[in-house]
Design a protein around this ligand. Structure first.
Ligand code: SIN
Ligand code: CO
Length: 378
C-alpha cells in the first residue's frame, strides 16, 4: 500500500495524513469512500450467518413502550423464525467477525491495512429495520462505520460525561449531547475515535459494516505474556535449590528470611531477562486465532510450481527476530525472514519465492499447508 498517496477510501487523504490528523483524535465523515459501493453480503446471507452456532450474533430490540426495559438484548444463534418480522420497526441484528466467513468482506477489511494488523479486530455487519439502532453509546476502540445498504442517520458528540443508564442490557448513555448530525448513504463512511458518543438510527431498512479495532490492555498483555513466560520458566531459570549455609539461628521462626526473598527476586529477573522471550510471547498472543476459528487440515503438502496464500482466518505477524502464525513462533533471519515477511504483509508468496526458501523454512510452510493455515494457488 502506498501510504502517502491520496485514498478515495479516506476522502482523498493519504493514510499518512489520516493517521496524523484523525486516528484516535477526531471523527471524519467521508462521502463515497467506496463510490458505487454494492454491499457484498445480502440480507439473507447475513441471516444465514446469524443462524450458525459458531458465529457470534446479537439482536437488539427497542421496546420504548416498556418504560423499565426500553432495550432488549438477545444472544445468537438465531433461526430465521426467531428474528422479528422485517416490517416490524426498531430492531437490529449484529453479526461479529464476518470477515472470517466471507472472502469479499475480508477483502474489504484489507483496505484498512494502513493500520497495523495487530490493531485490526474484525468486521461486524448489522442489519436494522426502520428506526433500528443500538442507542446512544460510545465504544472503547476506533471504528470505521461504512454504510452498506439503505440510509442511517448518525448523531455524534464529543461529550466527556460517559455515564451509562443503569440497569440496561446494553451500554446506553445516560445523557446524550449530539453536536453533529448526518445521513449516510451506501458507500459513505464515518470514522470515530475511541470514546466518541454516537447514535445511528436506520432510515428504512439498512445495513452497516463496522471495521473495528482492538487495543490490548496493559494488564491483559502483562497477564498473557507472563503466562507464556511462566510455562518456559523452568527451562530458563533452572531448578537450583535455595541454599543457606550462613543462616543464623532465629528467635522469630515465622519471619521469611530476606535472603530467600532475594533468591525469589533473582529467579524472577532471570525468567524475565530475555527480551526475545517477551517478544515471542507477545507475538504468540497477538496471533492466537479467535475462539470460533478452526482449520481443516489437508494432506496436500507443497507444490514447487504453485503460489501460496494465507487462509483468510490465519493471522501472521513478525518482529525483528521472529515470524508468528496462529499462536506459534519461529526464529527467522536472512532470506527466509525476508520471504516470510512478504507472506505476512502480502498474504501470498509466489512459487518462485517459495523455491528460494531454505529446506527448513519450506518444511514449515508445508506443515502450515497441511494444517490448513496456508493454501496452494494457481
Ligand atoms: C450498528 O451497526 O448498528 C452499530 C454500530 C455502532 O454504533 O457502533
Ligand atoms: Co458504536
Amino acid at each position: 500500500m502506498h501510504i502517502d498517496l491520496p485514498l478515495t477510501l479516506l476522502g482523498g487523504l493519504s493514510p499518512v495524513t489520516f493517521m496524523k490528523r484523525h486516528w484516535q483524535k477526531k471523527p471524519l465523515v467521508i462521502r463515497q469512500a467506496i463510490p458505487g459501493f454494492s454491499a457484498p453480503l445480502e440480507r439473507a446471507e447475513l441471516f444465514d450467518l446469524a443462524a450458525q452456532d459458531d458465529v457470534q450474533s446479537r439482536l437488539v430490540i427497542q421496546t420504548p413502550e416498556v418504560a423499565a426495559t426500553p432495550w432488549r438484548l438477545k444472544q445468537g444463534p438465531f433461526a430465521r423464525k426467531a428474528l422479528p418480522a422485517l416490517k416490524k420497526p426498531g430492531w437490529t441484528l449484529l453479526v461479529q467477525s464476518v470477515d472470517l466467513y466471507d472472502a469479499r468482506v475480508r477483502a474489504l477489511r484489507d483496505q484498512f491495512r494502513f493500520v497495523p494488523d495487530a490493531r485490526l479486530d474484525d468486521v461486524m455487519v448489522s442489519y436494522a429495520s426502520d428506526g433500528g439502532g443500538v442507542g446512544p453509546h460510545f465504544d472503547s476502540y476506533d471504528v470505521f462505520l461504512l454504510q452498506a445498504h439503505g440510509q442511517r442517520r448518525w448523531r455524534i458528540g464529543r461529550q466527556k460525561n460517559l455515564d451509562l443508564q443503569p440497569g440496561m442490557p446494553l451500554k446506553i448513555l445516560a445523557q446524550f449531547e449530539p453536536e453533529q448530525e448526518f445521513v449516510l448513504d451506501p458507500g459513505d463512511m464515518l470514522y470515530l475515535p475511541p470514546r466518541y458518543a454516537h447514535d445511528g438510527v436506520a432510515i428504512g431498512e439498512c445495513m452497516t459494516y463496522s471495521i473495528g479495532f482492538r487495543a490490548p490492555g496493559a494488564g491483559e498483555l502483562a497477564q498473557e505474556v507472563l503466562q507464556r513466560l511462566a510455562e518456559q520458566a523452568l527451562d530458563e531459570v533452572g531448578d537450583a535449590l535455595y541454599r543457606d549455609p550462613y543462616q543464623t539461628a532465629q528467635g522469630h521462626a515465622a519471619r521469611i528470611p530476606a535472603e530467600l526473598a532475594q533468591f525469589a527476586q533473582l529467579a524472577l529477573e532471570k525468567a524475565l531477562h530475555d527480551p526475545l522471550a517477551t517478544q515471542r510471547a507477545l507475538g504468540e498472543y497477538l496471533t492466537e486465532p479467535k475462539a470460533q476459528v478452526w482449520f481443516q487440515g489437508t494432506a496436500t503438502g507443497l507444490n514447487p510450481t504453485q503460489d501460496v496464500r494465507l487462509d483468510r482466518r490465519t493471522t501472521m505477524l513478525y518482529d525483528d527476530a521472529h515470524v508468528f502464525i496462529n499462536g506459534e513462533s519461529f526464529l527467522a533471519s536472512g532470506r527466509d525472514a525476508a520471504l516470510m515477511r512478504v507472506l505476512a504483509d502480502e498474504h501470498a508468496l509466489s512459487a518462485l519465492d517459495v523455491r528460494k526458501l531454505s529446506a527448513g523454512a519450506r518444511g514449515l510452510l508445508k506443515d502450515w499447508v497441511e494444517a490448513g493455515w496456508v493454501y496452494l494457488q494457481g
